[in-house]
Write a protein that binds this ligand. Structure first.
Ligand code: ATP
Ligand code: MG
Length: 300
């Protein structure tokens, strides 16, 4: 199948989940178990994903060779939505040298001595690289919004702790992303949208299977109580920060195979749009290569 044709097909699947305009966005309009009528068995899905990751690897190789653009891929989700597995599978074919994954957990005391974007800005991908944020600056308007005692620990001067703080932070994030895109960083944001029911099932599996016990955390179960608050915070975040330049993808996450396909497809599609090619060489470099060839073939 020609590339163009494959891309057209991909677009059909990715389009419904891409949010480029936040106004009026409602999380309830999205079904976590949606697969767009696509029914694939495990083998077929794995096969398709492998083609996607191979394609991604080719794009990444050119990105790396050019060292102009960079790609920031943000993953946000409730626990057990499949962030780790998606990152592992989607990036499986990519050259590790061109890819950096950062997982953001509770901030350190050094982090808390700085503005909220500081620790994330330090980890942005260099030109030519793909940077993956497993959780990101969005936590600052998600977990911190849901649990306001975390905000209290952020040492902000009291007059700045107003009711407007979440709108202000969201606006700062939107501007930060505008800035990044104007610097040549492509920003893609994925919300892996799992249902509360499916999360429960996955937690139960973690409890049932000894090799998954390490993944289980009692605090994850505790956070389920705040499901509604989190969904509200996600909706607000997407409304305020979805744009053409830095789109959100609300990816159904009740079926892991579908999540992975959509994420891989969205990344490939965004990279394809860059029309990447390998750098061409100038006359001087061409001469240098010729000289090297002559020298090498003259060796005994
Ligand atoms: P996994 O459970 O798969 O290892 P994870 O991303 O859930 O991955 P954890 O160590 O379980 O990692 O959780 C990290 C925790 O840190 C999350 O509960 C998250 O909400 C929290 N966190 C991330 N960023 C911040 C922040 N800026 N302020 C406060 N808490 C944060
Ligand atoms: Mg966790």
């Amino acid at each position: 199948m020609a590339r163009r044709e494959v891309l057209d097909r991909i677009e059909k699947y990715v389009d419904p989940f891409r949010i480029t305009k936040g106004k009026g966005f409602r999380l309830n309009d999205f079904d976590p178990s949606d697969t767009r009528g696509l029914r694939l068995d495990k083998g077929e899905a794995a096969d398709l994903l492998q083609r996607g990751t191979q394609w991604l690897a080719e794009e990444q190789d050119m990105l790396y060779a050019q060292k102009r653009w960079s790609l920031l891929v943000v993953f946000q989700a409730m626990d057990a939505a499949g962030k780790d597995g998606t990152i592992k599978h989607v990036m499986s074919g990519v050259n590790p040298q061109g890819c950096q994954v950062f997982s953001f957990k509770q901030p350190s005391s050094e982090d808390l001595d700085h503005d909220f974007l500081w620790r994330y800005a330090k980890r942005l991908p260099e030109r030519g690289r793909i940077g993956i944020f497993n959780r990101s600056y969005y936590e600052e308007v998600l977990v911190v919004r849901v649990h306001e005692d975390i905000l209290k620990r952020q040492k902000l001067p009291p007059p700045l702790l107003s009711k407007r703080i979440w709108d202000e932070r969201l606006s700062d994030i939107a501007h930060f992303e505008d800035y990044l895109t104007r610097q040549g960083t492509i920003v893609l944001k994925f919300f892996l949208h799992v249902s509360r029911k499916e999360q429960k099932k996955r937690f139960m599996e973690r409890l049932d299977k000894p090799d998954k016990h390490w993944k289980f955390s009692a605090s994850d179960v505790h956070e389920r109580q705040f499901w509604g608050d989190y969904m509200h915070a996600f909706q607000e975040a997407i409304r305020a920060t979805a744009s053409k330049r830095a789109p959100w993808y609300v990816v159904p996450a009740d079926n892991k195979w579908f999540t992975r396909l959509i994420v891989a497809a969205a990344i490939v599609e965004a990279m394809e749009k860059l029309d990447l090619t390998y750098p061409t060489i100038d006359a001087k470099k061409s001469k240098e290569l010729q000289t090297a060839r002559t020298a090498l073939s003259g060796e005994k």
